[in-house]
Design a protein around this ligand. Structure first.
Ligand SMILES: *Cc1c(COP(=O)(O)O)cnc(C)c1O
Length: 416
């Protein structure tokens, strides 16, 4: 199960061998808490599934980009999938080898291209013809060669939330797969470019292998056509996107996920397989710990007003996503229909809506699960709220991996 390192013991909720009540006493709330063991286990599920194949697991930095999390990934032998110069700096600061870094994204700036070229990253996942033109110019000016994969758009409906579906033809992502062959030929003839890979990422929170299977078939046809045309590649990057269990979903395991690629890989032993998982590694490993401020009952609704809000965890507001919420103190109590909301001045500010939950008293702690991915990394200072601290639990001990922002932090860089 995905939340395996989160459990009740002695009527208290634990992460690994640390009590959340104790952690909150030390660190305050709202607070992000991650399990190092869960992150390691989820990473290893990929490397083990790929053990018979040359591979690179390039963790998607945007899912959770704290340096200590990136350091865990580095220790496990992982690389990084980045989408900005900022993420490149983070990956480098964590000591991830540039040779394990791939750069995705539709809007790379010339500065970011130069930064990545000088760093010597493994490859750019190029998403458009104009981007290719600019990349070739930047590389030429620097006297460097840009290693390139094309991110193709296979026109597959990944059957996920529209905001995180990227592989159908109307999105801004990738190059229409029908146009890819011509582009490979064009790029192969350019001395400022070295064409080494094929890339694809069809969406996030995928809960079935079917879209991946359909994608594999289309990639296969393109690879055949490319080798017939004299273009042999070294890397096949199939992106990330494997879903997790937020609320009864039953996503495939990394083994099943990789197996959908099997037919494709069987005849292409020369290819190094690159994966870019984010959510499936850190999502189940993290939770947002909040404290109940008020139990507000109106003639129409009941609200638990907590000290965490949409600025700390925007997924419920942005995607209408469901996160399980557990009281930290485990005791018998009646259920009631409640919405868990924050202090932010938006009706869209909620962590849970109209849910049967155990009644909680002001001062009690609530844990919002499955918040490790796209939680802290999407947080903001909206309503001038300092962002939460982050804590990493490892066995019996925990450490602060990001301090709570202060009021002074909020004013940094501003002038009167
Ligand atoms: C966001 C993203 C990923 C990671 O997706 P997950 O669903 O978190 O695994 C991988 N590749 C690219 C290009 C992305 O934009």
């Amino acid at each position: 199960m995905s939340f395996s390192n989160i459990y009740y013991k002695d009527s208290d909720l634990y992460v690994e061998e640390c009590s959340l009540a104790e952690i909150a006493k030390d660190m305050g709330t709202p607070l992000y808490v991650y399990s190092a063991q869960t992150i390691r286990a989820n990473f290893r599920a990929y490397s083990q599934a790929l053990q018979n194949q040359p591979h690179l697991v390039a963790y998607s930095v945007k899912a959770a980009s704290n340096l200590s999390i990136l350091n865990l990934i580095r220790e496990e032998g992982g690389g990084a999938d980045i989408v900005s110069g900022g993420e490149l700096s983070r990956a480098q600061a964590a000591g991830i080898s540039p040779q394990k870094i791939v750069f995705s994204g539709v809007g790379k700036t010339t500065q970011e291209m130069a930064q990545a070229l000088k760093a010597g990253i493994l490859m750019f996942n190029v998403e458009s013809v104009p981007e290719l033109t600019v990349l070739a110019t930047v590389a030429g000016d620097l006297g460097l060669v840009a290693k390139v994969a094309f991110r193709v758009n296979p026109d597959i409906d990944p059957k996920t939330h529209p905001y995180i579906a990227t592989g159908f033809k109307e999105t801004k992502f990738g190059i229409p797969i029908s146009e890819a062959f011509d582009l490979y030929q064009k790029a192969a003839a350019d001395p400022r470019l070295s064409v080494i890979g094929l890339d694809c990422h069809i969406g996030s929170q995928l809960t079935s292998v079917e879209p991946m299977k359909a994608t594999a078939e289309r990639l296969n046809l393109l690879l055949d056509k490319l080798s017939a045309g004299g273009i042999t590649l070294k890397y096949l990057d199939i992106g990330g996107g494997l879903g997790i269990n937020y609320h009864g979903e039953t996503p495939p395991s990394p083994v099943e996920w990789v197996a959908t690629m099997a037919s494709l890989l069987a005849k292409r032993k020369e290819l190094t397989l690159v994966l870019e998982p984010g959510r499936s590694i850190v999502g189940p490993a993290g939770l947002l710990l909040t404290r109940v401020l008020y139990d507000k009952v109106t003639p129409y609704k009941r609200f638990f007003i907590v000290d965490g809000a949409m600025n700390d965890l925007i997924r419920p507001s942005l995607y209408d996503s469901y996160h399980e919420i557990l009281p930290v103190l485990d005791r018998q109590r009646p259920l009631s229909l409640v919405s868990v909301v924050g202090p932010v001045c938006e009706s869209g500010d909620f962590l849970a809506k109209d849910r049967q939950m155990p009644l909680a008293e002001p001062g009690e702690l609530l844990a919002t699960l499955g918040a490790g991915a796209y939680g802290f990394s999407m947080s903001s200072n909206y309503n001038s709220r300092p962002r939460p601290a982050e804590v990493l639990v490892d066995g019996k001990s925990f450490k602060t991996i990001r301090t709570r922002e202060t009021l002074a932090d909020l004013l940094k860089g501003e002038t009167l």
